[in-house]
Write a protein that binds this ligand. Structure first.
Ligand code: B16
Ligand code: MG
Length: 217
């Protein structure tokens, strides 16, 4: 039987993770908070509102609800500016080929992202039509590590969680997939994503026999 293939966006399909980092770092600096790459790791896959809450917590800072909203807008504007020139060249190695292969084999494909910018980004990359279902930050109420985003995606595709495979670059996302009872595949570093069922640096590192197992071939 077939499986449902669910992809995270930032850090899996496209290297926007670095732009989120730059935008958060500038935002933190505007609040007088120092923000490092190590802390950024904990924000991957985390929604915009929860990310700002964490940064304030780390910086031991309190702001009014009005300033909070303004800072979220400021971060997003900075981010949108940074991704302005994003195009097909920014798709991470092997992803496009892998998506096309799944499509060719008529495998169901979904996006499961925390980002509210997911749809315009997929359009910029020219790959939006490859997705049968898109679940993103505009559809979900509970952020990763809650499994809602991925369960919603497999439901819409008509698959059970056990027959779903999730590709993730974040700790929170891997945890969400595991909690859902899905197969979790980490893209990134083994020492960070060790909770995943399998970890690869890039899609291009996925051996053919591993892909065949996923495709039940
Ligand atoms: P936005 P993903 C997540 O996307 C990012 O990893 C995370 O860094 C970001 O804060 C979050 O989306 C919200 O993004 O501000 O664009 O709504 O990795 O789940 O695709
Ligand atoms: Mg991600």
């Amino acid at each position: 039987n077939k499986k449902a293939f669910i992809f995270d966006l930032d850090g899996v399909i496209v290297d926007t993770a670095k732009f989120h980092f730059v935008a958060w770092q500038r935002l933190a600096a505007s609040l007088g908070i120092n923000f490092t790459e190590k802390e950024n790791e904990q924000l991957k896959g985390v929604s915009r509102v929860n990310s700002l809450k964490k940064i304030l917590e780390w910086g031991n800072k309190e702001i009014s609800p009005e300033v909070f909203q303004a800072k979220m807008d400021q971060k997003n504007q900075e981010y949108l500016e940074l991704i302005k020139t994003l195009d097909v060249k920014d798709i991470l190695p092997g992803v496009h080929e892998f998506l096309l292969k799944l499509k060719e084999q008529k495998q169901p494909i979904a996006l499961g992202s925390a980002s509210k910018n997911a749809r315009p980004i997929l359009e910029k990359l020219g790959i939006k039509d490859l997705f049968d279902v898109i679940v993103d930050g505009t559809n979900v109420t509970k952020a990763k590590p809650d499994p809602e985003v991925f369960l919603n995606a497999c439901d819409q595709l008509g698959y059970s969680a056990q027959d779903s495979v999730v590709f993730e670059d974040s700790v929170a996302g891997v945890q969400a997939a595991n909690t859902a009872g899905m197969i979790s595949i980490g893209l990134g570093e083994q020492n960070i994503l060790h909770e995943a069922d399998q970890v690869f640096n890039h899609f291009t590192d996925m051996p053919q026999d591993f892909i065949n197992i996923l495709l039940n071939k």
